[in-house]
Design a protein around this ligand. Structure first.
Ligand code: GLU
Length: 382
């Protein structure tokens, strides 16, 4: 049995195929079952937050489309019809158990801009504390490629630190993470627990994604990296086990559990690494890169080789090494225009070069920076 005794806040992510049917529309029986379990959990003071897909699929059903439209605006029209249907179905199911749910539609900037992250976090907290079940989806009607989160695995991992979730469950079309492709190898083993997401684990995901085309395992591992770094356990299990949610939370060994990182970073650091919008890059020399591996040191103009992008001061930017890998992220004291003038110069000359007095000696202060761990190098960081 797994030890989930301390679990108080749970997020479940449900995919489109689990709750919608192209012929029947929203599967109300599944939603009824989820709300019944939410009711049982509430008796034990465990809150449920739901990240739901299915807006586009439900809209397709309503509008009589058998295939997903290719034109973006039509997909968004489907989402607008379907999201309303989905929410109506969730509310009807909740009512049967005396529960109330509320809709939250988010976009990438709700996670990328710190002020908005804090607002969202406060709203979610207030909903949960008042017994309201948050039903979250991306605002598909307005989301376009460049600015969307893109998938609800990632979106649910972004939500985890906002509500200090203890457990995130991704209900998926596979049983969990296997050590090799289960459709090809009879001896493929389901991994029950992942203590640390290392290169081996990432390679298992790559194998499954590319060879069977189930898609999404790499995204799920990324979601695991994001949620476990925030101190939240994450579980991948088959959506045909949704009805076993109570057993799962009691600790029954179903699916693959990614254990939360014991050295979880602060929510501010987590935000900066994983979700903040980065407005540009600073490329530092190898001396500064080596120094950053040992200790968090401030970024001085002298150690900067190059900058990319145009940004104002007080914005989050990437700090990259000469190979182009992100090694840290931080809030800049200077705009890109000013950095271009002071690049390579000594800090004591900044006032003279920029013609102002008492300017800050650091381009990025160590206290406003997060250095990424080695095992995060080369990973997708948004
Ligand atoms: N937000 C999309 C929808 O509701 C689904 C995204 C996903 O499946 O990850 O249709």
């Amino acid at each position: 049995m797994r030890n989930f005794k301390k679990v108080k806040r749970v997020i479940i992510k449900i995919g489109s195929s689990s709750i919608t049917d192209i012929k029947l529309g929203v599967k109300t029986d599944v939603l009824d079952n989820i709300m019944k379990m939410a009711y049982e959990l509430s008796k034990n003071k465990i809150s449920l937050t739901i990240v739901t897909s299915g807006a586009i699929a439900a809209g397709m059903h309503e509008l009589g489309f058998e295939e997903k439209p290719k034109v973006l605006s039509l997909k968004q029209a489907c989402a607008s019809v379907g999201q309303a249907k989905l929410m109506e179905a969730y509310s009807n199911s909740a009512k049967k158990y005396g529960l109330i749910c509320g809709q939250i539609l988010v976009s990438h900037d709700d996670f990328g801009i710190r002020k908005r992250t804090n607002l969202l976090s406060n709203t979610l907290d207030s909903m949960i504390n008042n017994g309201i079940i948050p039903i979250i989806n991306e605002n598909d009607t307005l989301a376009v490629e460049e600015i969307k989160v893109g998938d609800n695995d990632t979106l649910s991992s972004y939500v985890a630190p906002m509500i200090s979730a203890d457990l995130l469950i991704l209900f998926s079309d596979i049983d969990g993470l296997y050590d090799k492709n289960p459709k090809v190898y009879d001896d493929a083993k389901l991994i029950s627990v992942v203590e640390k997401i290392d290169k081996k684990i990432v390679s298992y995901a790559g194998g499954v994604t590319s060879s069977v085309g189930t898609g999404g395992m790499a995204t799920k591992i990324n979601a695991a990296l994001i949620s476990t770094s925030a101190g939240c356990n994450m579980l991948i299990c088959n959506s045909n086990r949704i009805g076993d949610l109570l057993d799962i939370i009691r600790g029954e060994e179903i699916g693959t559990l990614f254990l939360s990182n014991k050295n979880a970073i602060s929510s501010k650091e987590h935000w900066m690494i994983f979700t903040s919008n980065s407005y540009g890059d600073i490329i530092v020399d190898s001396g500064l890169e080596e120094a950053l591996k040992v200790k968090k040191v401030s970024i001085l103009s002298k150690g900067i080789k190059e900058i990319k992008g145009q940004f104002l001061d007080n914005k989050v930017i990437n700090i990259k090494n000469e190979k182009g890998q992100i090694i840290a992220k931080g809030v800049t004291n200077y705009s890109s225009e000013d950095i271009l003038k002071i690049i390579g110069h000594d800090s004591k000359d900044i006032d003279t070069i920029l013609g102002k007095k008492n300017l800050k000696p650091e381009v990025i202060h160590a206290n406003k920076m997060v250095v990424l761990r080695n095992d995060l190098y080369g990973r997708t960081i948004k």
